[in-house]
Every structure is written in structure tokens, then in C-alpha cells.
Design a protein around this ligand. Structure first.
Ligand code: SF4
Ligand code: SF4
Length: 89
């Protein structure tokens, strides 16, 4: 399958990998991805834990149409909570 590609400044092919999901089991709500994303893709979400009946903050995808597939969020996440996917051309 062919994927959407662009070019780097040096003229090499670049295949963007777009945000697919955040694994809320892994996310600790540190906010690093929120800070690094220049496209306002993320927003905080209060997640209820049914077992402990507590609420914890995790990161959620609120504007995935803005993603440019740079993968900076995935690089900065120490919990490896992200999954990405290239776009079919
Ligand atoms: S960087 Fe990872 S652990 Fe931190 S808020 Fe984002 S998804 Fe969650
Ligand atoms: S891949 Fe880049 S643009 Fe897309 S959500 Fe992550 S940091 Fe933002």
C-alpha cells in the first residue's frame, strides 16, 4: 500500500505517522506530549477509576485532524502510550 509522503528540507522522502490513540492504561498524565505538540491536538481528560472510585488525569486526543504526523509526542512520552499510523495515499 502506498502512503502519503512529503520531503525533508534536504529533499529526502518523509512518511508522516499520524496519531492513532493514547493508551490510558499507560498514560500518567505528565503533560509532556501536550507541551511538545505545536498543533493543539491534545487536551486533559479526567478518567474515573471504577475499582478505586478515584479520578485521575490522562491525556486525550481532542483535535486529531490537526496532526501533521511529526511523532514528537511519541518521542517525549516515557510510557510509550502512543500509537501512530501512516495515511494511505
Ligand atoms: S507524555 Fe505520555 S504519559 Fe505523559 S501525558 Fe502524554 S501520553 Fe500521558
Ligand atoms: S504527531 Fe506531532 S502533530 Fe501529531 S499529535 Fe503528535 S506532536 Fe502533535
Amino acid at each position: 500500500m502506498a502512503f502519503l509522503t512529503g520531503k525533508t528540507k534536504g529533499g529526502k522522502d518523509w512518511t508522516p505517522a499520524f496519531i492513532e490513540a493514547i493508551d490510558h492504561e499507560k498514560c500518567i498524565g505528565c503533560g509532556r506530549c501536550y507541551k511538545v505538540c505545536s498543533r493543539s491536538v491534545f487536551g486533559p481528560l479526567d478518567l474515573e477509576d471504577e475499582e478505586s472510585e478515584s479520578v485521575r488525569m490522562v491525556m486525550s486526543i481532542v483535535n486529531d485532524a490537526n496532526c501533521i504526523g511529526c511523532v514528537a509526542c511519541g518521542v517525549t512520552c516515557s510510557k510509550k502510550a502512543f500509537s501512530f499510523k501512516p495515511m494511505a495515499a
